[in-house]
Design a protein around this ligand. Structure first.
Ligand code: CIR
Length: 261
């Protein structure tokens, strides 16, 4: 079973408080109504790939809570509640615990030390690569390793380019041993041994793509990336995520994906 095969996803709509979400550069606050509409299109895109969707309640107390990927790691063997590195996001874990326990019951586990954001975790067909970033640290990586090593996962840490929020802001695993990433991340050698597609210059924002079953979703506005990914034989679809992007969010950030038995 490929790590890009999914039949289930969890999403959480943006709250009205999203206007206060974290961002490295202020290009304007997201417009809530537009964000809701784009989030619905995103959810529909997952649904049209055959995924069953569970939509959690919007959380007004947490402006960044639409980015559910950062709160948990979903693996077939179990789901791990993470410890996001931004103080304003730490409470999202407690706010999600009961909802996720309801879905995953005794398969729900918790990271106890350090910090790891889900946006820094890349699962490939052979390993978990964890990007060290301003949100994810060594104690977190070691604590995560203790949880997943017994399930047979090999863990390797990698660099996140300076000024980049998450490891996966600059990269995505497309399946078939292929990674899409920025050239600044490719030059670190972290993906040596993988087939690497570099985002064309000026299109670094397309590096956070999302392979779901037979398609690769990329954000709208990146025609050269669309072309090079399609040229490698992938079916590509585009989604407008302009409002998430204002908060440094990408396609992977807005769902937790899983293949349920
Ligand atoms: C944050 O800074 O935490 C949010 N504004 C964006 C999180 C994006 N999540 C992700 O890349 N996995």
């Amino acid at each position: 079973m490929s790590v890009s095969s999914f039949n289930f996803a969890i999403v959480r709509p943006p709250s009205k408080s999203c206007i206060h979400g974290l961002r490295a550069a202020d290009t304007g606050a997201p417009v809530h109504e537009t964000f809701i509409a784009q989030h619905e299109q995103y959810t529909d895109a997952l649904r049209s790939q055959g995924l069953e969707i569970v939509e959690l309640q919007a959380l007004e107390a947490f402006p960044d809570s639409v980015f559910v990927e950062d709160v948990a790691l979903c693996l077939p063997q179990g789901v791990i509640l993470l410890r996001p590195g931004a103080p304003s996001r730490a409470g999202e874990v407690a706010a999600s615990r009961d909802e996720l326990a309801h879905i995953f019951a005794d398969r729900l586990h918790a990271l106890r030390e350090g910090h790891v954001d889900g946006g820094d975790i890349m699962l490939t067909d052979r390993e978990l690569i964890i990007g060290l970033s301003s949100r994810t640290n060594e104690p977190g990586v070691r604590a995560l390793e203790r949880l997943v090593a017994p399930w047979g996962y090999r863990i390797r840490s990698g660099p996140t380019p300076k000024g980049v929020l998450h490891f996966k802001s600059d990269s995505s695993y497309l399946g078939d041993n292929t990674v899409l990433c920025t050239s600044r991340l490719a030059t670190t050698g972290v993906f040596d041994g993988y087939d690497v597609i570099e985002t064309p210059s000026g299109e670094e924002g397309a590096a956070n793509a999302l392979r779901i079953n037979d398609v690769v979703l990329i954000p709208t506005g990146y025609p050269e990336t669309h072309r090079v990914v399609a040229e490698r034989g992938f079916a590509v679809e585009t989604i407008d995520i302009s409002e998430a992007a204002k908060l440094d969010g990408g396609l992977s950030c807005m769902s937790l994906r899983l293949m349920r038995p």
